[in-house]
Ligand binder design. Structure first.
Ligand SMILES: [Fe+2]
Length: 365
């Protein structure tokens, strides 16, 4: 009896050819129509009026716009409030219309158009629309990967562990068991044996909701916008969450960047194993992704870089601003972030090999 388990001969089998999901654009008019539809339906039990953006190549198990990233268009009508849920997925959100109060266990804060914030895993938040317009946000999460692994934990807050149960004040860490489990060196290169205590009592880092208000971010974008056209980097800032440390993320899985490109900027074709989704906040431009040309403009949502496909983006006579979400920190954690800055550059494993130098100092940026 083998209980249905089979053995598959893979001896000498070549590597599987990877499938690149094609670049696609969800147009502003479709997004706006969906927002109106969501506003017209009966209020769902959990208060969450949401549409998941599903790429035509996605095979599930849940809707996704990149293989490891979902994007939900979430609508809250004036006076409505969401029901908090505990999940082990994490998200990055951008408000694209209206305003709301976000309560997260700490000080509530107000979000408005183009504000960005993150929601850590197992950290329920409540949204309340106390304005007069619809509150609309784009919510990006790592749910598709957790669902693929069949470990997406989701539970009502009631009866589950609540955020408030955890000590909010700094406290003395009791670590006598781990201290007693003294590591044993093996060989000369750092290999060790460690006791179980090291698996279940790992060093912690404070993971909290951070908020990047548009009014505080926008003035700084002139700095990158004004960089010379000969700049070899990208005209952007990453919205950095210190909890992600050297992985330079906004959540533990994604970085969010806001780019402001000057007119007439054409990035060099490049590729990276991280996948990218752009939301065009202002202006317009065009891309070539895996040989396919595509144009986009304000209000469009662009699946702009399938992992490891060659791509570049260009502004036109206006320039543009865009929010980019990319599963870059996730890949650094997995040691799988391959990066090729130009097609003549070597393929670099970012995070454990020497990174890439731009000409920022040479152009006096
Ligand atoms: Fe890119």
């Amino acid at each position: 009896m083998n209980n249905g388990i089979t053995l598959i001969d893979v001896s000498g089998q070549p590597a599987r050819e990877q499938t690149f999901w094609p670049t696609v654009v969800l147009r502003r008019a479709i997004i706006e129509a969906e927002i109106e539809r969501l506003a017209s339906i009966d209020r769902p039990v959990d208060g969450r009026r949401a549409a998941a953006v599903n790429h035509p190549m996605n095979t599930g198990p849940v809707p996704a716009f990149a293989p490891g990233i979902d994007v939900h268009i979430v609508v809250l009508k004036p006076g409505e409030e969401t029901v908090p849920v505990l999940r082990n997925s994490s998200s990055v959100d951008m408000c694209i219309r209206g305003s709301a109060t976000v309560s997260n266990g700490g000080m509530p804060f107000q979000v408005e158009k183009y504000d960005v914030w993150n929601t850590p895993s197992m950290h329920p938040v409540v949204y309340r629309n106390d304005g007069n317009d619809l509150f609309v946000r784009l919510s990006y999460s790592n749910t598709p990967l957790l669902e693929r692994l069949d470990v997406h934990y989701s539970s009502p807050v009631e009866g589950a562990r609540q955020n408030g149960d955890r000590p909010s004040e700094p406290h003395v860490v009791q670590r006598s068991a781990r201290d007693a489990a003294v590591p044993i060196p093996i060989g000369q290169d750092g290999a060790q044996l460690m006791g179980y205590e090291w698996l279940v009592d790992i060093d912690t880092i404070d993971s909290k909701v951070l908020h990047w208000p548009w009014k505080d971010v926008a003035p700084h974008l002139d700095q990158v916008h004004n960089l010379d056209l000969s700049y070899t980097g990208r005209h952007l800032y990453v919205l950095y969450n210190p909890a992600t440390e050297r992985r330079i993320g906004t959540s533990h899985s994604f970085f969010a960047t806001i780019a402001k490109l000057p007119p007439g900027k054409v990035d060099k074709p490049h590729r990276h194993t991280s996948a990218a989704i752009n939301y065009i906040m202002w202006g317009h431009g065009k891309s070539v992704v895996n040989g396919e040309r595509i144009e986009w403009e304000e209000g469009d949502l662009h699946f702009s870089a399938p992992g490891w496909s060659i791509h570049n983006h260009a502004s036109r006579e206006q320039g543009f601003m865009a929010l980019t979400i990319q599963d870059h920190p996730l890949h650094i954690a997995m040691e799988s972030l391959l990066w090729q800055e130009t097609l003549k550059s070597p393929i670099t494993k970012l995070g454990s090999e020497q990174g890439i130098e731009t000409n920022l100092t040479a152009i006096g940026g």
